[in-house]
Structure formats: C-alpha cells, structure tokens
Design a protein around this ligand. Structure first.
Ligand code: NAD
Length: 374
C-alpha cells in the first residue's frame, strides 16, 4: 500500500460499535467505502453519519463489491473469526473487534487464513492504548519496575440490561462459565509482560445469584482465572458482567522487584504507584497522575500522549479507539509491524477460552495452546 493512497475501509456492525470509530476514521483520512449492518432500517443513517460511499446488509457482498483495502469487523463476538476469514481469503486487511474468536477451533481456522493471506490481521484491543496503561508501559520499558513478576486485571461491568438488548451477549458473554471477555484485562498486562505468553490457566466462579427477566440463571456472576506465563509470572483476572455494583473495567495491578502499580478503581479514586527509583520510602504510594505530569517522568509516555491531538480528549475508551485504528492504518501501510497480530491477539483470547474448559473440570489447570505452533 503506497503511503499517499487513502485506505478504503468497510465497516461491519456500523449501526453500533462500528459507528464509534466515525470521528477517528475521519481524523485519519480513511475513506469509508462502505458500511454494513443487518439492521436495514439504520443503514442510510449510518451511511450519512460515516460519510460512506455505499451501504450493504450482506457482509460478503460488501467484501466482493466495495473495492475495499480493509475491513473493520465490529459485529457480535461469535461472528468475528468467520468474518475475518472471509476478508483475509480475499486479501482484505482486517481490524477485528475483541475477542478474536469464541472457540479454539475458530482460532485455528483464523491462524490458517492469516497465514494464507497477503493481508494483515489485527485485533482492536484498545485498552492497551489508554494513557495510564501506556505510562506504565513506558516505565516498564525503562526498567523502573525492575523484574515484573505479578499482575492483576479486572473487567467488572454490570451489563444485564445490555444483554437483553443484545441477546448474543446473553449467550456468549454471560451464558458460558469462565472468562468470556478477557482481552481488556490481559491486553495491557501482556503488553507490560512483552515476549511472554500465558501457558497455563485455572478458573473458578461464584455460582449464580441473579436471574434474567425469563427467570433463567446466568452461568455465574463472577469468575476468577489464575494464569502462569512461560516466564513463570503469575496473573489474576476477574471477570464479572452480572453483579450489581459500580463499574470497574480498567482495574490493573502490576508488581515488579522495584515497583508496584494499582490503577484507579473508580472515578472517585486515583491511580497509585511506588517506584524504588523515585521514592525509597516503601510505605507511601505516589499519585500516578501527578508523576505522569512531571517532566522527568512524562518522557515515559508516548509522544501522542504528551501532546495529544484534540480527538484523544473526546474519543471513546480513553483514546484507545483512535490509537488502535491509527496503528492499524500504519501497519497496513507497512510503516510499523502489526502491533496486535494474530498470535498476540490469540495470546489475549485463548487463555479465556481455556478457562472455560478449566471451570468444567473443577478448576483444573489447563495448557493454553501456542498459536505459533499451529
Ligand atoms: N473494544 C471495546 O472497547 C468494545 C466496546 C464495545 C463492544 N466491543 C465489541 O464490539 C462488538 C460489537 O459490540 P456491540 O456492543 O456494538 O454489539 P451490538 O450487538 O450492539 O451491535 C452489533 C451490530 O452488528 C450488527 N450485525 C449483526 N450481525 C451482522 C452481520 N452478519 N453483518 C453485519 N452486521 C451485523 C448488528 O445489527 C448490530 O448493529 C462485540 O464483539 C463487542 O465485544 C468492543
């Protein structure tokens, strides 16, 4: 792809999640060649909002007719792998919403399709790009945490009403025991633990204390997965889309030999950090936001967060949507290696799928396949 040529993208799932990318697509000068959604009644509105040339209700017809360079797959989770494969088989680049797939078999087919394609596959794990997570990344890269050996991530987001509005979530999100939506937690953590992957997981849950409007119990309220990485680090992930309580989707902790980090668990809190190199007093946390603003430490933020373009102030998911799209475009143009390629996407997806098998075996430890060996 030549640097100057505008990229022509098709947006699948345009009537919901796909539409969140409207401003980012404009800011990045991407041509929305087509929008696609099965909600026919919403299509004209989506087309106008996104400035699209065409609109389709049939995904494969869009792939065949709209002269696309790339597609954004922002449809329900259980469609991601098949829709990505359909695009890759036509050498159309794919930016897929999370998760990459809902079964190990799907993931295998996705790897095969990516290997056979001239196009790239990237998973749109946007939480990695949030400012606090990028700051931690910069500090880890600079060695300020010392040797990193432990992390926690939590995605706690009460979504019972949304599950009624989007029944696929009731099935694929809260109808299966285990961690069905791991990537927002594992994404940043595995980025902090670069060149490492989860090798084994075990998982347990609380059982179910809530019923849906039909009186049917959810698979569970809250599930916790323990993960051991190839480099013997330990990760704890809590996932909960059911419990009544305030949201907390961006909870993280990181521990290294020289530092510790605890994210803000709500808008009433602030993130805390302790770094031996900054403050030898081990009993007192520093305010992470204050540290981030100090010149000596701000340099650990990527340039885009030191001088953020206007769009980052209003973007969805703390700027993550714009930045994930920016990197996808750069990868399509060959300017950077794909940052969340098929194997990294599966490093973030497969532990969740294996946790679902662990929980059916009373929390037994399960090996997580390495997609690089497929
Ligand atoms: N990364 C994030 O922060 C984030 C946030 C929200 C949602 N998501 C992910 O985005 C995806 C969509 O989530 P959502 O909340 O918009 O779901 P949704 O069900 O509200 O919307 C999905 C849209 O896709 C359309 N659709 C369904 N089948 C289709 C098909 N075959 N072809 C074209 N369009 C089709 C639906 O009509 C709907 O408009 C999910 O996988 C979800 O996990 C990610």
């Amino acid at each position: 792809m030549k640097a100057k040529e505008p990229i022509r993208i098709g947006v699948a799932g345009a009537a919901r999640r796909g539409g969140h990318f409207t401003d980012s697509l404009k800011a990045l000068n991407v041509v929305v060649a087509a929008v696609c959604d099965i909600k026919k009644e919403r299509l004209e509105e989506c087309k106008a909002q996104m400035g699209a040339e065409e609109a389709y209700t049939d995904y494969e017809q869009m792939l065949d007719s709209a002269k696309l360079d790339a597609v954004l797959v922002a449809t329900p989770m259980f469609l991601h792998a098949d829709q990505a494969i359909a695009a890759l088989s036509r050498n159309i680049h794919v930016l897929s919403e999370v998760t990459a797939g809902v079964s190990v078999d799907e993931c295998k087919r996705l790897v095969r399709a990516t290997k056979q394609s001239k196009a790239i596959y990237m998973m749109a794990e946007n939480y990695i790009y949030m400012r606090p997570n990028q700051f931690v990344q910069g500090l880890v890269n600079a060695g300020m945490f010392g040797e990193v050996y432990y992390a926690e991530g939590e995605y706690i987001h009460e979504l019972k009403q949304l599950m009624e509005e989007t029944p696929w979530r009731r099935k694929w999100g809260s109808g299966i025991r285990g961690i069905t939506y791991p990537t927002h937690s594992l994404g940043p953590i595995l980025t902090w633990m670069e060149r490492d992957r989860v090798e084994r997981v075990c998982c347990e849950d609380t059982g179910s204390h809530y019923v849906d409007p039909r009186g049917e119990a959810y698979a569970a309220d809250s599930a916790t997965m323990l993960a051991k990485t190839q480099k013997k680090r330990l990760i704890k992930i809590r996932f909960d889309m059911v419990s009544d309580r305030p949201h907390a989707m961006t909870n993280y902790q990181l521990q290294g030999t020289d530092g510790a980090y605890e994210s803000a668990r709500s808008h009433q809190e602030r993130a805390k950090i302790w770094l031996r190199g900054v403050n030898a007093d081990q009993q007192n946390w520093l305010d992470a936001e204050t540290l981030m603003l100090q010149e000596a430490y701000a340099r650990h933020l990527p340039e885009v967060w030191r001088n953020p373009p206007a769009i980052l102030h209003n973007d969805w998911h703390g700027g993550g949507d714009y930045l994930v799209l920016r990197d996808f475009i750069a990868a399509v143009r060959g300017e950077i290696p794909c940052p969340i390629d098929i194997h990294r996407a599966l490093d973030m997806t497969l532990p969740g799928l294996m946790s679902q098998q662990s929980i059916l075996q009373d929390g037994a430890w399960m090996e997580v396949p390495d997609s690089r060996l497929w």
